[in-house]
Write a new protein. Structure first.
Length: 313
């Protein structure tokens, strides 16, 4: 077990309702159909864009995200791309339904359905993990092949630069035993990750909503690609592994993961270990003070996990 060093649920530094320009607030209230009386910022995640549950004076609730196309162009573009993808996901996909988008006063705004929900608790609990894994298993059937209109890069293109992250680690972490073996595994990512399923790629506790009616929904559909159906389930296990759960036992009983050749899982772990440990050495962005700590923790968890599976520990 490697206790996570970040304050889960309090990692984001987001804009608040009062920070939005008057024209943007007016458009949001027009779309919601009533004046906003309260705004609760969703402070999980690692981006600074506006993301709040709004309560209106008619008692309705709305989830709204917004970012400036000038001051926060990268995040506005990400929100726009997320909206594009949500609009074409099939109704059975485990995603909040897109309600509307708007471009106003140099801002991009989107709204998805509001649901009574909470994030999985940390440390992870087995029951909540099982619910999330069951959701990912069902989603693989719904999202294979990708729906029409959802143009996605294949894994072979999406991760082209990632094996080279091990070059950085050769210089920064020469103490890592079996580094060259791990780097060699990472170069084989295409054979392991190829597939025709929509892979969310960012499945973590802060991107999951556990609803009051027993469902699990995935948020932030910004970075999906077309790949192997089991990848999201493996990505989800990083947090639980670090929190001390026996994820190897989970793999052995999981409908998708249990039939994956052991070597392919190791290849993917080597690839993402390189990404996390390299990214942890990048400068800390002022708008996301915890992102490097989170990446470092995930990298160390994956490295320990891979080493154990390969008999390197």
């Amino acid at each position: 077990m490697q206790p996570s060093p970040i304050p889960h649920g309090r990692t984001a530094r987001r804009l608040e309702w009062g920070h939005l320009p008057p024209a943007v607030r007016a458009e949001v209230e027009r779309r919601c159909g009533a004046p906003v009386t309260a705004a609760t910022s969703q402070n999980s995640g690692f981006t600074p864009g506006f993301a709040s549950v709004l309560e209106c004076d008619d008692g309705s609730h709305h989830f709204v995200k917004a970012a400036s196309t000038k001051a926060q162009r990268m995040f506005a573009d990400a929100y726009r791309e997320e909206a594009r993808k949500l609009a074409v996901l099939p109704p059975a996909a485990p995603a909040p339904r897109l309600l509307w988008t708007a471009e106003v006063d140099g801002w991009f705004v989107l709204s998805t359905e509001y649901v009574e929900a909470h994030a999985p608790r940390r440390p992870w609990r087995e029951g909540e993990l099982r619910l999330c894994l069951d959701t990912l298993t069902a989603a693989a059937g719904v999202l294979t092949p990708p729906p029409p209109g959802l143009e996605l890069p294949p894994a072979s293109e999406e991760f082209t630069s990632w094996p080279a992250f091990w070059d950085h680690l050769r210089a920064s972490r020469p103490d890592l035993l079996h580094l060259e073996e791990a780097a060699g595994l990472a170069t084989r990512y295409v054979e392991a990750m190829a597939g025709e399923t929509v892979v969310h790629t960012d499945v973590r506790d802060d991107n999951i909503l556990l609803t009051s009616d027993g469902r699990a929904l995935l948020c932030d559909w910004n970075w999906p690609f077309a790949g192997a159906a089991w990848l999201d389930s493996l990505f989800l296990l990083i947090g639980p592994r670090g929190d001390g759960l026996d994820v190897e036992q989970v793999i052995g009983t999981h409908r998708l993961l249990s039939v994956v050749p052991r070597e392919q899982i190791d290849i993917v772990l080597a690839l993402i270990t390189g990404y996390f440990l390299k990214s942890a050495d990048d400068p800390v962005p002022p708008t996301s003070p915890f992102i490097r700590d989170a990446q470092r923790w995930q990298g160390e968890v994956c490295w320990e996990w891979l080493s154990e599976r390969r008999g390197w520990a």
